[in-house]
Design a protein around this ligand. Structure first.
Ligand code: SME
Length: 149
């Protein structure tokens, strides 16, 4: 399966997983797990907005930094800009926070609820240039499904 086919295969499963479930942490845990196991990413998880910081939430992969200030790193930048950030080479992103030396590319997708960013989805890959507009399109759709019901 190519990337688009994988996302299309995942979408109905994720719809089922999040349907009628109000607990966002539980939904984040399962969404991180299904994305991580389907694509074999290096790190897949959430940071939740807590006042002026992002705080580590449910994830799959190695241990990660716990707190990221607003505007810092790729995650804090996506939060500050209010939009998805794709980084083909993290070593060229000024201010990148290296939780793991094995990570080479990254995508961060904001999670909106009622128009406000309440978390970000962060995915890291050991390959360069893993993420593109296909990932952005589907991951944004998945974040809407997860947080808006
Ligand atoms: N690289 C991220 C930090 C989180 S870890 O990758 C899990 C950043 O620059 O915000």
């Amino acid at each position: 399966m190519n990337k688009t086919e994988k996302y299309q295969y995942l979408l109905p499963q994720i719809k089922e997983l999040v349907k009628d479930e109000p607990d966002l942490i539980a939904k984040m845990a399962n969404v991180a797990a299904i994305l991580h196991t389907t694509f074999g990413f290096w790190w897949t998880g959430f940071y939740r907005v807590e006042n002026t910081e992002l705080v580590l939430g449910p994830f799959q992969g190695p241990i990660a930094c716990i707190r990221i200030p607003f505007g810092r790193g790729v995650c804090g930048t996506a939060w500050e800009q209010g939009k998805t950030v794709i980084v083909p080479d993290v070593h060229k992103f000024a201010g990148h926070i290296a939780c793991s030396p094995a990570s080479n590319s990254e995508i961060v997708v904001p999670v909106f609820h009622n128009g406000t960013i309440i978390a970000v989805l962060d995915i890291d890959s050991t390959d360069y240039g893993t993420f593109n507009e296909i990932d952005q399109k589907y991951l944004e759709q998945i974040m809407l499904l997860m947080a808006e019901n």
